[in-house]
Design a protein around this ligand. Structure first.
Ligand code: SF4
Length: 714
C-alpha cells in the first residue's frame, strides 16, 4: 500500500512544531519534523518524534472510546447506544436541567488540547445559546496568570515576542520554566543561539537545579513562591544603580512611582533572606537584565501556577518596562504556553471571564458586540465559574450537569477529594473523549467518542501567536466523531428545543474558523487578512494579520504604543505575598509538581510508548539527599506523603537538584497507573490528591506548584 505525508502540527506543547505525518490512508506509519515550519525547522523532541507510536490502531483499540456509551446508573457498566440516541439524551437532559434550575446549573469544562474551532463552538453554545458563562478549561491551570498579567500591564493578552527573538537577545532571563524538558525544541534554539554568540548570557530562576538551570550562566535557586520578592529586589537595585530608563518610563508608562514605593523596602539583604539567594547573585541578575542590549524573559508554570500568579507575571513584565527591554528585536516578555492550543482557546474567549477575540465579559459594550456577531439577544453578564470554582459548585450541588471534553479532571485538577465529590454529586456527567479508561470516565453517565490527533482538521496557535493547521491523515476509529461536530450536533438539538435554530450552520471546521475570524475584526488579534488557503500557500502565520496585510506580525509594540486606552503600559505595585499554604512543623515540606521530560499530561498518549518510559518508569517523590538522611530513608524507601487533603505512598528518590525541605512529584500518574487504594479506601488519585485548590484572586489559576506536606517512612 502506498504511503503519503500530511502536513500537521504536534499536539503536545505550546512550541507548536510542524510535523509531516506519514500514513497509508488508514494507519499512521511514521512522523518527522516539518523542515518548513518556522517553529521547529524540522526538529522534534522525544515526544513529537514518537507520535506515530501513539496513533490508533497501534495503541490497542480498547484504549480508545469507539462508540457512544451510556450508564444506566453510577457504577454500572456502560452500554453502547447510537449517536442520535446519545445526543438526544444529552440535549433532553440539558434542556431539563436548564428549565428546572437555570442555565448556570450547567458547566462545560474543556481543554487546551482542543482545536480553535472546537473551542469556538463550545463557547458559543454556552454563552450564546444556553445563556451561561460556565465554560472553563484546563488552560485555567496553565496560562490564565499570564493572560491576567499581560492585560494588567500591556493592556491585552498578547505575548509581544517571538521565537526569533532568541536569536537577537543578549540576555535570556528564564523564570519558573525548564524548557530543556518542557519545551525541548525551543531549548535547542537557545543552545544554537548560545553556540553562535558566546556572549549571550542566561539567567535562570528556579527552586530546582533543573537541566536548564544547570546550563545557565547564573542560577538563582530561590525559595518556592518568592518570585515577586526577587523581581521587586531586582527593581530596587535597578533604581539604586540608575539602571532604569527614566525617559522610557515617562514616555510610555503609568504607575512607576507607586511600584517604586512598593520596592523601596525590598533591600538586597531582605531579598537575600526571603529568597535564599546571595546578594551578589541578585545584583548580577539585575545588572544583566537591565544593562544587556536586549533582554528576553521566558517563563511558564513556575510563575503561573501560583496564588500570586498575576502579581508574578506583572512584576516580571514591570522589569521590562522599567528598563525599556520591550518592543525591539531580542527584547520583551514572552510566556511559554504549556498546552498546544491554550492560545487559540483564549482567542475565541474560551474561559469563564472572556468573550471572543479578547473581549471582556465584564464590558457591556463587548457583550453587546458579541451578541450582535452571534445573532442572539444578549450574552449573560454574570461571570462564569472558573475551573476550581466549577467543581466546587458541583460538589455543593449548584452545578448539576457537567460536560467535560478532552481532559481528565479526576486526575489533573487540584484537591481531588473535592473534584471527585463533584463528579459523584452531579446529576449528569458527559465525557467527550478520545481515550477510554481515564479516571473521569468512571464518573460519566454518557461517554462520547471523539477523534484524536492525526484524525481531525482545524487550527492551533502556539506561544508566539502563530496559527498553524492541524490536518487529518487517517479517519477516526470506530464511530468517533470530531469534537466540533459533537458540539454542533448537541447545539442543533438544543437550538430546536430553545426556539433558537440556525445558530450553528457549520458543516466543517473551516466554516467555524471563518466565523471566528470575523469576530477579530478591529481587535488586537485581527486576522481578517488570513484564510486557510493562505496558510496552505504561505505557511503558518502570526497574528495580527488584518485585512490588506500580506504577512503576519512577528513582534508587538515596536511603536511603543500599548494596548491600553491611552497607549501607555501599566506598572503593577502588588507587594510580595507568601504562598497560600506555608509549611509548618506538622507539614514541613514544600511540595512542587511538574512534568518529566518524556511524558505528557496524564499519559493517555505518551503512556503507550515504551521508549518514553525508559526515562522514568514509575512515580516517586523526589527529596534532597540530606532530607532523606535526616528521615532515615534510602533510595526506593516507601514514604507516606500527606497534605491537608490526602495522602500518597510512593518510593523516595534522591534529587540533589532540589533545595532543602522541598519535595517534587511528577504530575503524570493518576489512579489508572497507580492502581490500588489508600488506607481510607479512596482510589489513589496521583499527586493532585495532595495539591492545593488555593488560587490567584485575579487569574483564578490554582497553586499547583506549592502545598505543604509531611513525609514519613511507611
Ligand atoms: Fe511537540 Fe513540543 Fe516536542 Fe515540539 S517541543 S515536538 S511541539 S512536544
Amino acid at each position: 500500500m502506498s504511503t503519503h505525508e500530511t502536513r500537521s502540527t504536534c499536539p503536545y506543547c505550546g512550541v507548536g512544531c510542524g510535523v509531516l505525518v506519514e500514513s497509508d490512508g488508514q494507519r499512521i506509519t511514521g512522523v518527522r519534523g516539518d523542515p518548513e515550519h518556522p517553529a521547529n525547522f524540522g526538529r522534534l523532541c522525544t515526544k513529537g518524534s514518537t507520535l506515530h507510536l501513539t496513533a490508533s490502531p497501534r495503541v490497542a483499540t480498547q484504549a480508545r472510546l469507539l462508540v457512544p456509551m451510556r450508564r444506566e446508573h453510577r457504577g454500572a457498566a456502560p452500554a453502547p447506544l447510537g449517536w442520535d440516541d446519545a445526543l438526544d439524551l444529552a440535549a433532553d437532559t440539558m434542556h431539563r436541567v436548564v428549565g428546572d434550575h437555570g442555565p448556570d446549573a450547567v458547566g462545560f469544562y474543556v481543554s487546551g488540547q482542543l482545536l480553535t474551532e472546537d473551542y469556538y463552538v463550545f463557547n458559543k453554545l454556552a454563552k450564546g445559546l444556553l445563556g451561561t458563562n460556565n465554560v472553563d478549561t484546563n488552560s485555567r491551570l496553565c496560562m490564565s496568570s499570564a493572560v491576567a498579567g499581560y492585560k494588567r500591564t500591556l493592556g491585552a493578552d498578547a505575548p509581544p515576542a517571538c521565537y526569533e527573538d532568541i536569536d537577537h537577545a543578549d540576555c535570556l532571563f528564564i523564570a519558573g520554566a525548564n524548557p530543556a524538558w518542557a519545551h525541548p525544541v525551543l531549548y535547542r534554539r537557545i543552545e544554537d543561539a548560545r553556540a553562535r554568540r558566546p556572549g549571550l548570557r542566561i539567567v535562570c530562576c528556579d527552586p530546582r537545579r533543573t537541566e536548564t538551570a544547570a546550563a545557565a550562566d547564573l542560577h538563582l535557586q530561590l525559595q518556592p513562591g518568592t518570585d515577586v520578592m526577587l523581581f521587586h529586589g531586582m527593581l530596587h537595585l535597578m533604581i539604586r544603580e540608575c539602571w532604569t530608563r527614566p525617559g522610557f518610563i515617562a514616555g510610555h508608562t503609568v504607575g512607576f512611582e507607586a511600584l517604586a514605593r512598593t520596592v523601596a523596602d525590598c533591600t538586597p539583604e531582605r531579598v537575600s533572606r526571603t529568597c535564599g539567594i546571595p546578594v551578589e547573585d541578585l545584583h548580577a541578575a539585575a545588572r544583566l537584565f537591565a544593562t544587556s542590549q536586549a533582554t528576553l524573559s521566558l517563563w511558564c508554570q513556575g510563575l503561573n501556577q501560583s496564588s500570586s500568579g498575576t502579581a508574578k507575571n506583572a512584576a516580571l513584565i514591570g522589569l521590562h518596562l522599567a528598563t525599556g527591554q520591550i518592543g525591539r528585536p531580542g527584547a520583551g516578555p514572552f510566556s511559554l504556553t504549556g498546552q498546544p492550543n491554550a492560545m487559540g482557546g483564549r482567542e475565541v474567549g474560551g474561559l469563564a471571564n472572556l468573550l471572543p477575540a479578547h473581549r471582556d465579559l465584564a464590558n457591556p459594550a463587548h457583550r453587546a458586540e458579541v451578541a450582535a456577531l452571534w445573532g442572539v439577544p444578549s450574552v449573560p453578564e454574570r461571570p462564569g465559574r472558573t475551573a476550581v470554582e466549577m467543581f466546587q459548585a458541583a460538589a455543593d450541588g449548584e452545578i448539576r450537569m457537567l460536560w467535560i471534553a478532552c481532559t481528565n479532571p479526576a486526575q489533573s485538577m487540584p484537591d481531588q477529594a473535592t473534584v471527585r465529590r463533584a463528579l459523584e454529586r452531579a446529576e449528569f456527567v458527559v465525557l467527550q473523549e478520545a481515550f477510554a479508561g481515564t479516571a473521569t470516565g468512571r464518573y460519566a453517565d454518557l461517554l462520547l467518542p471523539a477523534s484524536a490527533w492525526g484524525e481531525k482538521d482545524g487550527t492551533v496557535t502556539n506561544s508566539e501567536r502563530r496559527i498553524s493547521r492541524v490536518r487529518a491523515a487517517v479517519p477516526p476509529p470506530g464511530q468517533a466523531r470530531h469534537d466540533w461536530a459533537i458540539v454542533v450536533g448537541l447545539a442543533r438539538r438544543l437550538g430546536g428545543r430553545l426556539g433558537r435554530p440556525g445558530l450553528f450552520p457549520f458543516e466543517d471546521p473551516e466554516s467555524i474558523w471563518n466565523e471566528h475570524r470575523e469576530t477579530t475584526r478591529g481587535r488586537d488579534l485581527d486576522i481578517t487578512g488570513l484564510d486557510w488557503a493562505m496558510i496552505d500557500r504561505a505557511g503558518p502565520q502570526q497574528w495580527p494579520l488584518p485585512e490588506g496585510a500580506t504577512a503576519g506580525t512577528a513582534r508587538l509594540y515596536q511603536d511603543l504604543v500599548f494596548a491600553t486606552g491611552d497607549g501607555r503600559a501599566r506598572f503593577d505595585d502588588t507587594a510580595w505575598r507568601p504562598p497560600a499554604e506555608a509549611p509548618d512543623a506538622a507539614r514541613p515540606f514544600a511540595l512542587n509538581t511538574g512534568r518529566l521530560r518524556d511524558q505528557w499530561h496524564g499519559m493517555s498518549r505518551t503512556g503507550a510508548v515504551a521508549r518514553l518510559f525508559d526515562h522514568a518508569g514509575e512515580p516517586a517523590v523526589q527529596l534532597h539527599p540530606q532530607d532523606m538522611e535526616r528521615l532515615g530513608i534510602g533510595d526506593g524507601t516507601l514514604v507516606r506523603v500527606a497534605s491537608a487533603r490526602g495522602a500518597l505512598v510512593l518510593p523516595a528518590r534522591p534529587a540533589p537538584e532540589l533545595g532543602a525541605s522541598q519535595a517534587f512529584i511528577p504530575m503524570h500518574w493518576g489512579d489508572e497507573f497507580l492502581g490500588g487504594r489508600d488506607a481510607d479506601g479512596t482510589p489513589l488519585a496521583g499527586v493532585n490528591a495532595l495539591s492545593s485548590p488555593a488560587f490567584c484572586p485575579d487569574s483564578k489559576q490554582p497553586e499547583l506548584k506549592h502545598s505543604a506536606v509531611s513525609i514519613e517512612r511507611c
